[in-house]
Design a binder for this molecule. Sequence first.
Ligand SMILES: NC(=O)c1ccc[n+]([C@@H]2O[C@H](COP(=O)([O-])OP(=O)(O)OC[C@H]3O[C@@H](n4cnc5c(N)ncnc54)[C@H](OP(=O)(O)O)[C@@H]3O)[C@@H](O)[C@H]2O)c1
Length: 255
Amino acid sequence: MPRLADKVVWVTGGGSGIGEAAAIALAGEGAAIVLTGRREAPLEDVAGWIRGTGGTAHVQPGDLTDPAAVRRIGEFINREIGRLDILLNNAGININDRHWDKLTPENAQLMIAGNLAAAAQCVTVALPIMRLRQDGLIIHTASMAGRFIGGFPGPLYTAAKHGIVAMSHSINMQECVNGIRSCVFLPGEVATAILDKRPNPVSPEERARMVQPQDCADLILYIALLPPRLVMNEVMLSPTWNRGYVAAIEKLSSL
Ligand SMILES: NC(=O)c1ccc[n+]([C@@H]2O[C@H](COP(=O)([O-])OP(=O)(O)OC[C@H]3O[C@@H](n4cnc5c(N)ncnc54)[C@H](OP(=O)(O)O)[C@@H]3O)[C@@H](O)[C@H]2O)c1
């Protein structure tokens, strides 16, 4: 018997990277997957893969920075499926011009909307559906940048991901009485398309040393399978060859 049979999981950012790998892993355990992202084509590809293995996938594209789109997808899940067991609150962005010398009001708004407001909006529509069953799990993909203030992720990505960490803990504080659990996942560098937005190109050799999307999916599946009496509040996963640490070692040796 698949361990997530009858469960419904909403994966945001499910068309690529961590979300894609996690959606496939969760579907492999029998969960029906609702896939959201702005571009429909990658979502259809992932849905096709899941359906091809006998699973169930619903494609619900939308820009999650738009409250109306978030409401529409929440209503679809509530009305058409009737339950939501897990929200993998994973969609996020970064931009090339991410530092204060390049940021504009428009980009500042985009970074907070795409990395914090969108995720918060998804929580607001997921919680009422989860409360109906007095059960639910939310896993947020934040980042190590949500705990540590460093250089390369950029100031507003860092600020937004700190907000995700705070939001996740606040959900446990308020929703534990409703059987709802929240886990914030803090990856270090993961070899996904988001790296293409780095100001400095990342080589294939560097990508190979990083966390891989499948490593994240394995961890997310483990969290999803924990018994309802347990919550993994916060978890970090990073490459042994952590480029931030390596750069610090090199700098120290030059002082
Ligand atoms: N890769 C890393 O090194 C790393 C490290 C720490 C944390 N993270 C976090 O991990 C999460 C997943 O990223 P990834 O590394 O897997 O990169 P990715 O492949 O670029 O995935 C990001 C996903 O989010 C979706 N998305 C972005 N903005 C959206 C919006 N406004 N509405 C709906 N969907 C949106 C994208 O799809 P569309 O473009 O089609 O909308 C895409 O599928 C992000 O939150 C990221 O910040 C990544």
